[in-house]
Design a protein around this ligand. Structure first.
Ligand code: LLP
Length: 499
């Protein structure tokens, strides 16, 4: 119902709901926004809208409609997402179109609200000179800012509803950062024996209770090793309980539950639902309890992780509610771990997670569970949130090229250092650090030296006139950057430096 076209007073709406309820189950959802992509023969260009559709990855979409006259595609989403989506769609679909003189200024240029207060400058702007000095000695490098990591840890520690934060070190296992986070009181979530051993050697004094080992489809020996080392362990398959139950006899373990709803910035990182390989479906909780009883295994923790790059705080509250609802069946339960996945804004208009709101909804979930359940400890296990903004990738411009009117800037490293743009279409802010104060006037593709057409860091980016020898900075690269790098083409990935 479009309030501009319908009289929507509450009495009328209630009458409508009552009348419809005689025919069907009725639910009122709102306020909503409808976002339309408009264009002649839109069906014929769907394949070219892929990147734009990625923007809907983490949206709750209530309705999709396609006009019979083939002129538009419409999505109904939560109202507060509408403006952001429109701005981002304009940036992806219109700003990148060549021949901007026809289309005129972008949506942002026309409608960008004046900044409310002077925004806090991002660390790499204030430390530009140090970064340029570091870049003088390297063709490319990841640089991490300790203070930004510390500040992110502080924000999570301030959450009243969370008893323990574990750092998911797959995001960035740099030993210095592990020591820093351990000193901040964080524990560690590990997914392989290698990660556990790396934590133990990087932070030798760390009590083992501050580790949680969450393997998935690992070999029996890896479980046996963890049990022998007394590393807290998560089981995420009934097979492990039924086939290797004797190995676990008399032990305390966590169990990973699949709550059924995967979320995240890309389908590769959504880890719940039948098509994700992780966890035991929540409907099989009874089988977990029975198999555990059969082998005298005590379930002391329930764990779930829905996905990565999630911006909706309800994700963690929903998980908490659903795990706490199982407490009755697991009398030894001491902990629920509601996973990681806390999203980080990518720097082009996305809003960050409202941590205050997260705290409120998590507390509410705990309180409404009541009784013994309210006293069960709640853990969070983010990776990206702690390190993403703290890392940048610096790379020197090697060459430039123009083909037709498509411009390319080549830099000293590419998908061998940062694979996220190629793998997920991830958007990382890119600036010319050497010419930070010059106006961004040229639309260009930023590419690396790897022999794949997927080897790009950014498409259609606005940069100042850029020259070989300039240093480009790729922001928000502290998480899943170096950690996912490779020696593809036998090119060493960018080394890591700390400020
Ligand atoms: N816990 C579990 C069980 C996980 O599988 C993950 C991430 C995390 C915690 C931490 O998620 P985070 O807070 O960092 O979102 N390579 C992808 C992300 C893959 C995440 C895999 N699991 C990317 O670059 O976006």
């Amino acid at each position: 119902l479009d309030p501009a076209a319908n009289a929507l007073d509450p009495v009328l709406v209630q009458r409508l709901v009552t009348e419809l309820s005689g025919l069907c189950r009725t639910q009122l959802i709102g306020p909503c926004a409808s976002v339309s992509l408009v264009g002649r023969n839109i069906r014929a260009i769907l394949h070219r809208l892929g990147e734009a559709f990625e923007l809907f990855a983490d949206q709750r979409i209530y309705l999709v409609s396609q006009a019979a006259n083939d002129l538009n595609f419409t999505f109904v989403v939560d109202e507060d997402q509408g403006d952001r989506l429109v701005e981002e769609l304009h940036e992806r679909l219109i700003q990148g179109v060549r021949g901007d003189e026809v289309l005129g200024p972008s949506w942002q240029q026309l409608f960008a609200p004046p900044p409310a207060a002077a925004p806090v400058p991002v660390w790499w702007r204030t430390r530009r000179d140090e970064l340029l000095a570091l870049a003088a000695g390297h063709e490319c490098a990841y640089v991490y800012d300790r203070d930004t990591v510390r500040a992110a840890a502080g924000q999570l520690r301030a959450l009243q509803s969370v008893d323990q934060v574990l750092y998911a070190l797959k995001a960035n296992p740099h030993a210095e950062l592990l020591r820093l986070l351990a000193a901040e009181g964080l524990g560690f979530e590990c997914v392989s024996r290698g990660e556990v051993e790396h934590v133990l050697s990087s932070v030798p004094q760390l009590p083992r209770e501050r580790i949680l080992f969450t393997p998935n489809f690992a070999a029996r020996e890896e479980y046996a090793w963890a049990l022998e080392q007394r590393i807290p362990l998560t089981i995420d398959n009934l097979f492990v309980l039924s086939q290797w139950g004797e190995l676990l006899r008399g032990r305390e373990v966590f169990v990973r539950i699949d709550t059924g709803t995967g979320r995240g910035h890309h389908h590769h990182v959504r880890t719940a639902g039948a098509h994700a390989k992780f966890g035991i479906p929540i409907e099989e909780a009874e089988s977990i309890a029975e198999l555990a009883a059969c082998h005298a295994i005590r379930i002391v923790g329930l764990h779930a992780h829905a996905g990565s790059g999630v911006m909706d705080v309800d994700n963690w509250a929903d998980i908490a509610t659903r795990l706490l609802a199982l407490a009755q069946r697991f009398p030894d339960l001491r902990v629920i771990d509601v996973g990681g996945g806390l999203g980080v804004p990518d720097g082009h208009g996305q809003h960050g997670l409202e941590l205050g709101e997260l705290d409120t909804v998590l507390s509410a979930s705990r309180q409404s569970a009541g009784g013994r359940r309210a006293r069960i400890a709640l853990w969070l296990e983010p990776g990206r949130f702690l390190v993403a903004a703290a890392g940048v990738l610096l790379a020197r411009v090697t060459q430039i090229k123009v083909k037709d009117d498509v411009h390319y800037v080549g830099i000293a490293t590419g998908m061998n250092s940062l694979i996220r743009p190629a793998l997920y279409g991830a958007w990382h802010e890119i600036v010319n650090l050497t010419r930070l104060d010059e106006p961004a006037t040229h639309t260009t593709n930023v590419v690396g030296p790897i022999c794949e057409s997927a080897d790009f860091l950014g498409h259609d980016r606005l940069l100042p006139a850029t020259h070989p020898g300039d240093v480009l900075l790729i922001a928000n690269a502290g998480a899943y950057g170096h950690a996912m790098s490779s020696r593809y083409n036998l090119r060493e990935p960018a080394p890591e430096l700390l400020l």
